[in-house]
Write a protein that binds this ligand. Sequence first.
Ligand code: DMJ
Length: 463
Amino acid sequence: MNRLFISLVFIGIISCNSQIKKNPLPTRLAEEVKKETQGVWNAYQKYAWGYDVLLPLSKSAENWYDKPLYISPIDAYSTLKVMGLNEEAKRIERYVADSISFDKDIFVKVFEVNIRVLGGLLAMYQYTGNEKILAQAKDFGDRLLPAFSSPTGIPYYWVNLTTGAVKGDTINVAEAGTYTFEMGILSYYTQNPVYYQAGKKATMAVYERRSKLGLVGEVINVESGEWIDKTSHICACIDSYYEYMYKTWIMFGDPDIKAIWDKSISAVNKYLPEIKDSLLWYGRVNMETGESTSSVVTLYDAFFPAVLALSGDIDRAERYQKTWNWLWNHYGLEPMAYDYSENKITYPVYDLNPEIIESAFYLYHFTGKEIYRDMAKKYWEDIKKYCRTDEAFTAIENVETKKQSDYMATYFLAETLKYFYLVFSDDPEVNPTDYVLSTEAHNFKKSAFSLEEINKRLDIGSR
Ligand code: DMJ
């Protein structure tokens, strides 16, 4: 009896220990990521408060334009909230509500500020319900709208935030068609369909110019709608055009967008994949002939396993993530551009980009396989080893020499650190089933948007 009791206790201890030990890393790592984020945020406040970007090596700051748009804090807000860094987040909310104005006589890149500034403001409103924040988001959205006044509906590259003047009639497809998500949320919150309809018109205008094969090119003229570059791929310069089709569909249920996703993804999966040394790559082809034009890919492409997994194509997602994981491990960080036929780097920088971590997070969520957390763990160790500075993290000039350069992109706070935190957290509240994360990782809870209201406020079905 005693022996049985002792054995049961022993077994109990073993199984209890094994439960505790089963996954000791993730929570500890999530805490570590949170601590590092706090450190990075302190460095931003110390050296760059009021500016767009922190320069971690020179401990100074820089703006994108002549005047600041506060891009780092606005972009960082949702990450701070996800990690429960509420005091830090509150300071940003107060600052945005009471101390900043977007009435600035500067030309801004419509695509970049839409995903970072408008997306960040909308996430801030979602968390706070603060009407002053919504007013800022609406004001900013209104200042972007003149960009969509081209004959095709595809936005001009630049818009002046004060005058509404536009310039830049040549734009890549990511910059042309990545608006429906933020603009849709702005339409929902303001009950005015004008924003979503502008974003949707731009996406449809690109899609309607697809080739007979169902592919789009890389660069288009916003006035004539003519293709300037007919190279088709999923790399940087097109990437989020596809990402927003699927995410817009699951967020707003717009059947027009679902239809173009279905057609587009089948063309992409038909013409772009190429197997090299048993690894799956998505290369570059001519949009009209489908013939291969280049095997140079960009590290941005590592967003695609996440989108594939989200759309239910787990098999392709896992195969493609394996490719990116191979490349990461080959160099200990990813190069910005790589030629998979020649096995050589064509552009050696690593700018603290999030995509491969994002995909590890999605795949861990959808498959539950520990290998994806292990991948993320390796990326985290490498980033700490090579990109860490005494107070923050910085970009790498060359992934072979690992020489650091002096720049911490705003998406490092918005995306990279957030995805690390989420993949290392057990059962996180923010996950790809309950939330849709924008291309800049701003997270929005699906159940907070009612389908009936979406249809009304975004005017879905009006085309
Ligand atoms: C981010 O700013 C966005 O995810 C964008 O869509 C492309 N990638 C960068 C970060 O690499």
